[in-house]
Write a protein that binds this ligand. Structure first.
Ligand code: SF4
Length: 309
């Protein structure tokens, strides 16, 4: 049977809606092929659409990465500069997301982060209030980061103690499961290895526990630290800076391993020998709230499907 990498995002998508999982992880990848069926092309087009909050979160990550690169180069950056950079990026990225759909395909060397509203509600501008709220999330998140004790520690330990994260970071657990991870930053302080993820959205203790444990597996394999000497952290930047409360204990590590194994087995059991497993194995969610913001709602006949209001 085909093997495939596991990730918390993949498992979470499956848990939220199996049909969405089918579109995202089975159908959409076929859309890259020259002989792709039309439905796969649509799924491929929709798969990366994001809501405003996730879009703002991505922007915050990009600006923090820029700040870290400046620090790595030994340069200073003030909070005012960071805020100004964020405002410029907000406008530029918003424009790119809007223009992308009608632009010459060669005018974008990389696909911009695409806002859901620019695909589904192209003629309806984002309200002034919503725009202001998004900007406030971005600015406050960046201020939280710049003023945080964590940022101070990152600078104090110095770049010689920073550890680069692989572009396609992954670790093997239980010998045969490859887990994909996307932490934001890692550094050594004293005899500990810190591996960190910044978040601007709402806390979710269960998935944060899964995430931090996966980060620890990656750090263990990549840098050879024993799990008790790894400090994996989710830190929340909005509405103010605070450490996440995800469990990271011997027991939680065992539970997450078990969860990953069971999840991988369940996902694997739905595969066929064919490219595309039977769609009937992936029912629609009963939770109508999920459909409202689902990137695939334009192609999905799910009974819960609702139009955005
Ligand atoms: S629109 Fe609803 S049922 Fe369809 S894939 Fe999305 S979440 Fe699932």
């Amino acid at each position: 049977m085909e093997t495939f990498p596991w990730s918390a995002t993949r498992a979470r998508t499956f848990q939220e809606c199996r049909r969405k999982y089918y579109y995202r992880y089975h159908l959409a990848p076929l859309g890259r092929r020259p002989d792709a069926p039309p439905e796969a092309c649509v799924a491929h087009r929709l798969k990366d659409l994001v809501g405003l909050e996730a879009w703002a979160g991505d922007l915050v990550h990009a600006v923090i990465e820029h700040v870290l690169n400046r620090w790595r180069a030994g340069r200073l950056v003030t909070e005012d500069e960071v805020t100004a950079m964020a405002s410029r990026e907000l406008s530029r990225r918003f424009r790119n997301s809007f223009d992308y759909w009608e632009a010459d395909p060669d005018s974008f060397t990389r696909r911009p982060v695409l806002l859901d509203v620019h695909y589904y509600r192209r003629d309806e501008p984002v309200s002034r209030e919503r725009g202001a709220a998004i900007k406030e999330t971005v600015v406050r998140s960046l201020q939280s980061f710049m003023r945080s004790e964590l940022a101070g520690r990152i600078r104090t330990v110095g770049r010689e103690n920073w550890r680069p994260i692989d572009r396609n970071a992954a670790a093997r657990v239980e010998g045969d499961i490859l887990i994909l991870v996307k932490p934001d930053f890692a550094f050594v302080e004293g005899d500990r290895l810190y591996i960190v993820d910044w978040k601007t959205g709402k806390p979710d203790p269960f998935w944060e526990m899964v995430q931090v444990t996966c980060y620890a597996f990656y750090a263990q394999e990549k840098w050879g630290y024993a799990l008790p000497r790894i400090v994996p952290q989710v830190v929340h930047l909005y509405p103010e800076f605070r450490d996440g409360e995800a469990a990271y204990t011997e027991e939680s590590i065992r539970n997450v391993m078990l969860f990953i194994r069971e999840s991988q087995d369940e996902l694997g059991s739905l595969l066929d020998t064919e490219d595309l497993p039977s769609v009937e194995r992936f029912p629609y969610t009963d939770d109508c709230g999920r459909c409202r913001w689902c990137a695939f709602r334009g192609m999905c006949e799910g009974s819960c499907r609702q139009e955005e209001k």
